[in-house]
Ligand binder design. Structure first.
Ligand code: NAD
Ligand code: UDX
Length: 450
């Protein structure tokens, strides 16, 4: 078994960057990325690729048209492939059994059915999406029922984080391949071994691979909730979260990464994957385990609401008619992704309390901000966007920093202070700005965990 023709179904935040790097590192493999979203595919084929990710542009430019292709012809791409990655979205179910918790597998099932209909030879099917444990069993059943061809199903979950996707893909901590058939595992191993050190490629059984991905996200999110819970404790006791995190991180058993207190985690993965884990634990009769992981989400929601309410409290208990600048709308820096961004909840709280909100984000468009808050139809006229930090801050009573974009470290606060109302409040919910400069400019300052 040798992989020469890869097709990836799903040209999103995972499929696009992952396949671009595979194509770039494996010039002998033809890689086709397909999606039912024609607009997204057109963007991948244009000069304005649909995802902002440092380094991605250059990788796409090198490989596109050589051995990397983006297409909407899903059947043709399935027919020509000897290996098919399924990198479609797996959102939380909104109806039926497990609604609000379980992962909705409708897109994965549709992919498996389409692969079964169109595959023309033996095909390795790879789960790239994050999936509930034992989904491979369901995929195998669909393939066997609807096709005469033979298939191997592997689990190869993706660990990239947005904003550092290219770095993570080019130099991963590990690559995980779960499977049954050693020949299929070896074929996929060979692809990654073109650029990843062999000792970093871990092979397991399928169920461990599916499980390990959910567990990794749950444990990462747990660290963020842990440090955020301590940030509130620091604020109550005059301890300093930076100092506490430094002490914690210098213990090699704890490690220093992922200990940055903030507004709470966002992004498309942590919440939905923990909800899925909670659902699976309950399903398997483990309510105590489910409750343990659910608390990670409870703490995250609490942190977001706590900070939004704190802004209102510091501004005198009401913000009706007050003007507030929100700096940063993406869920973290170096991405244009706003899925589950804490900024959505903060803006909602302020708008519902009667404030006028002006958003500035270096990569999120005004249209996207409006769309994300469109469910608040009655407050739309109070929501505006600005093109620069200074423009956002004209006449404001307060500024809230919600994403740790590098450019916010260098804000000229003396200049901002000439725009804001006198003695305006700066809320640094990411602990990422120049605090001395804010104080020197005569502005009031609140910092998370201080
Ligand atoms: P996404 O929503 O950005 O992209 C998914 C794409 O799949 C969409 O463009 C959609 O149109 C397409 N699609 C869905 N069903 C299809 C079908 N039947 N045929 C053709 N196209 C179809 O999602 P994403 O962020 O790339 O995530 C994909 C998976 O990877 C999810 O399971 C997610 O949990 C997992 N994951 C995401 C990240 C991340 O950082 N975003 C990291 C690791 C793992
Ligand atoms: C996450 C996982 O890290 C990645 O392995 C998985 O494949 C997809 O989900 P992502 O959500 O893209 O990646 O970004 P990540 O860097 O994990 O950040 C998630 C959220 O946690 C962000 O909102 C970030 O701001 C927040 N965070 C992270 C903190 O608040 N503090 C930290 O110390 C780290």
């Amino acid at each position: 078994m040798k992989i020469q023709n890869i097709t990836c179904i799903g040209a999103g935040y995972v499929g696009g960057p992952t396949m671009s790097v595979i194509a770039d590192r494996c010039p002998h493999i033809r890689v086709t990325v397909v999606d039912m979203n024609a607009e997204r595919i057109a963007a991948w084929n244009s000069d304005h690729i649909p995802i902002f990710e440092p380094g991605l542009d250059a990788v796409v430019k090198r490989a596109r048209g050589e051995n990397l292709f983006f297409s909407t012809d899903i059947d043709a791409a399935i027919k020509s492939a000897d290996c098919i990655f399924m990198s479609v979205n797996t959102p939380t179910k909104t109806e039926g059994e497990g609604a609000g918790r379980a992962a909705d597998l409708k897109y994965i099932i549709a992919c498996a059915e389409q692969i079964a209909r169109s595959a023309q030879d033996h095909t390795i099917v790879v789960e790239k999406s994050t999936l509930p444990v034992r989904t491979a069993e369901k995929i195998k059943e669909i393939l066997a029922k609807n096709s005469k061809q033979s298939f191997d199903v592997l689990s190869n979950p993706e660990f990239l984080a947005e904003g550092t996707a290219i770095k993570d893909l080019e130099n991963p901590d590990r690559v995980l391949i779960g499977g049954e058939n050693p020949e299929a595992i070896a074929a996929l191993f060979e692809v990654y071994a073109q650029w990843v050190a062999k000792e970093k490629i871990i092979t397991t059984n399928v169920w461990s691979a599916e499980m390990a991905k959910l567990a990794a996200n749950a444990m990462l999110a747990q660290r963020v909730s842990s440090i955020n819970s301590l940030s509130a404790f620091c604020e109550a006791t005059e301890a300093d979260i930076d100092e506490v995190a430094k002490v914690l991180g210098s213990d090699s058993r704890i490690g220093s990464k992922f200990l940055k207190a903030g507004i709470g985690f966002g992004g498309s993965c942590f919440k939905k994957d923990i909800l899925n884990l909670v659902y699976l634990c309950e399903h398997h009769g483990l309510p105590e385990v489910a409750a343990y992981w659910e608390q990670v989400l409870v703490m995250n929601d609490w942190q977001k609401k706590r900070i939004a309410q704190l802004v209102i409290k510091k501004l005198g208990g009401q913000v009706k008619g007050k003007k507030i600048a929100v700096l940063g709308f993406a869920f973290k820096k170096d991405t244009n992704d706003t899925r589950e961004a804490p900024a959505i909840l903060v803006c909602e709280t302020l708008l519902q309390a009667g404030a006028e909100v002006v958003v500035f984000d270096p990569k999120v468009s005004a249209q996207k901000v409006q769309a994300d808050l469109s469910y608040l139809s009655t407050h739309q006229s109070h929501l505006k966007s600005a093109n620069t930090v200074n423009d956002a801050c004209v006449g404001v009573d307060a500024v809230i920093v919600l994403t740790e974009w590098d450019q916010f470290k260098m804000i000229d606060w003396a200049s901002v202070a000439t725009q804001t109302k006198k003695s305006a409040w700066i809320f640094d919910a990411r602990n990422c700005t120049n605090h001395a400069a804010i104080r020197a400019a005569g502005l009031n300052l609140w910092v998370v965990g201080k």
